[in-house]
Write a protein that binds this ligand. Structure first.
Ligand code: SF4
Length: 347
C-alpha cells in the first residue's frame, strides 16, 4: 500500500524499530523492560542462559563499576547469571523475544532449543561467546560453531541467530558458512569475557566498543551475506556512519545507565570474584542516605524518602549488586524485619 512503511526485519523477525536490548544485559527487572517498551524497543534478547548446574549454585552479584564518567565507563557483568525461570518473566512483553543460549555439549544446545520452543520464544540466539566460558573447545574452533549451528537449524523451526566476538572480526568464510546452513543473522559483541577460577566476567567499556567498531570497517565493506547487529556501549542516540550500517543496534549497560544516576567512579583494583549475597538476606540502607542511594537502583527498589535509621529495600530488588558496589558500607544485609527506634525525646 502506498505510503505504508515496511517494518524493519532481522533474522526472520519483524521488528518495531531497529534497536533492541542485548543478551549481555544480566539485570532482569520490570522497570527496565517497561522503559524499553515505552521507548519503542524493536526486539528483546534474553540474558544468555545455560544448563550448567554449578553456575546456578551460588547467589552472587551481577554488576560492578570500575569507572564511570558519564559518557565513558567500564562495567563488569556476570555472564550466564540467569536461569530459564528468570528469563520467562519477559515473555509477556509484546515485542519479539529471542532466547539466548550457550552450552558445552551438542546435547545441551538441543535441550535448550526445545526449552525455547516450549516457552514460545520467537527466535534463538546461539551465544558462542558465552559458550567459550563453558568449554575451551569453542576457542578458535569455527568447525565446532558450524556443527552446532547446523544441528540446531535442522531441529528447529525458530529463526536462528548467532552471536560472535566483534574483535577480532569473524572471517567472511565463517559468516558465509553460517548463512548457508540457515543462520539468519549475526550479533557482534565488543564485550570481552574471561574467568577467574569459577567466576565469569564480562567487560563493558565505551572505549573497547569504539575500537571494536572501527576494526569492523573492513569486514563490513566485504558485504557479508547475512544481516548484522552490533552491541554498542555508545551513549544513547550516538550513531556513527559505521554503526548506521548495521541492521540492528543493541544496548545493555548503556541502556541501563541512562535510567540510573551514578556518581563519578574510578577504581584502582579489579575484583577477582563476585560479591556473595548471603542466602535469605534482605538489603537495608542508611535512611539518611536513602534518597541518593535510590538513584542507582535500576529497579526502583530502594525507598527514596529520607528516614531515621535503616530502611528496607523492597521486593523489586533483583540483587544485581549495583547499590552494594557503588555505596559500599551504606548498604547492608539484614535477616530480620528492621525495627529501628527513633531518637529519644527529651522531656
Ligand atoms: S536494591 Fe541494589 S541490589 Fe537490589 S536491584 Fe536495586 S541496585 Fe540492585
Amino acid at each position: 500500500m502506498r505510503g505504508e512503511r515496511r517494518k524493519p526485519r532481522f533474522g526472520g523477525l519483524e521488528l518495531r524499530s531497529r534497536w533492541g536490548l542485548s543478551s549481555d544485559l544480566e539485570v532482569i527487572c520490570n522497570r527496565i523492560y517497561e522503559l524499553a517498551d515505552k521507548e519503542g524497543v524493536g526486539v528483546v534478547f534474553t540474558p544468555t542462559i545455560t544448563l550448567s548446574k554449578d553456575i546456578k549454585a551460588h547467589k552472587l552479584a551481577k554488576l560492578c563499576v570500575l569507572k564511570y564518567e558519564g559518557s565513558s565507563y567500564v562495567f563488569l557483568s556476570r555472564p550466564l547469571s540467569n536461569s530459564i525461570r528468570d528469563i520467562k518473566q519477559i515473555l509477556h512483553y509484546h515485542v519479539p523475544k529471542v532466547m539466548s543460549i550457550a552450552a558445552a555439549e551438542l546435547g545441551e544446545w538441543i535441550q535448550l532449543v526445545e526449552m525455547a520452543e516450549e516457552a514460545a520464544f520467537n527466535a534463538i540466539e546461539l551465544d558462542f561467546v558465552a559458550a567459550k566460558l563453558l568449554s575451551s573447545r569453542y576457542y578458535h574452533a569455527s568447525r565446532l560453531l558450524i556443527e552446532v549451528a547446523n544441528e540446531v537449524a535442522s531441529v528447529t523451526r525458530l529463526p536462528v541467530i548467532a552471536k560472535l566476538r566483534a574483535y577480532p572480526a569473524p572471517s567472511v568464510e565463517l559468516v558465509d558458512k553460517l548463512a548457508s546452513i540457515g543462520v539468519g543473522a549475526i550479533v557482534l559483541t565488543p564485550h570481552l569475557t574471561y574467568t577467574v577460577g569459577s567466576h565469569f566476567f564480562r567487560i563493558h567499556s565505551t572505549s573497547l566498543s569504539r575500537v571494536a567498531l572501527s576494526a569492523l570497517a573492513e569486514f563490513l565493506s566485504s558485504e557479508p551475506s547475512v544481516q548484522l547487529a552490533y552491541i554498542t556501549d555508545e551513549v544513547w542516540g550516538t550513531y556513527t556512519t559505521l554503526l548506521r550500517s548495521f541492521d540492528l543496534v543493541l544496548y545493555d549497560v548503556s541502556f541501563l545507565v541512562r535510567h540510573v544516576k551514578l556518581p563519578q567512579i574510578e577504581r584502582k583494583r579489579v575484583p577477582l570474584s563476585w560479591r556473595s549475597i548471603p542466602s535469605g538476606a534482605k538489603l537495608v540502607v542508611e535512611g539518611s542516605e536513602a534518597a541518593h542511594i535510590a538513584e542507582v537502583c535500576p529497579c526502583l527498589a530502594i525507598p527514596s524518602k529520607e528516614e531515621y535509621g535503616l530502611v528496607e529495600v523492597d521486593r523489586k530488588c533483583v540483587f544485581c549488586g549495583l547499590c552494594l558496589d557503588v555505596y559500599q558500607g551504606l548498604v547492608k544485609y539484614a535477616w530480620e524485619p528492621v525495627i529501628e527506634e527513633g531518637p529519644v525525646q527529651e522531656d
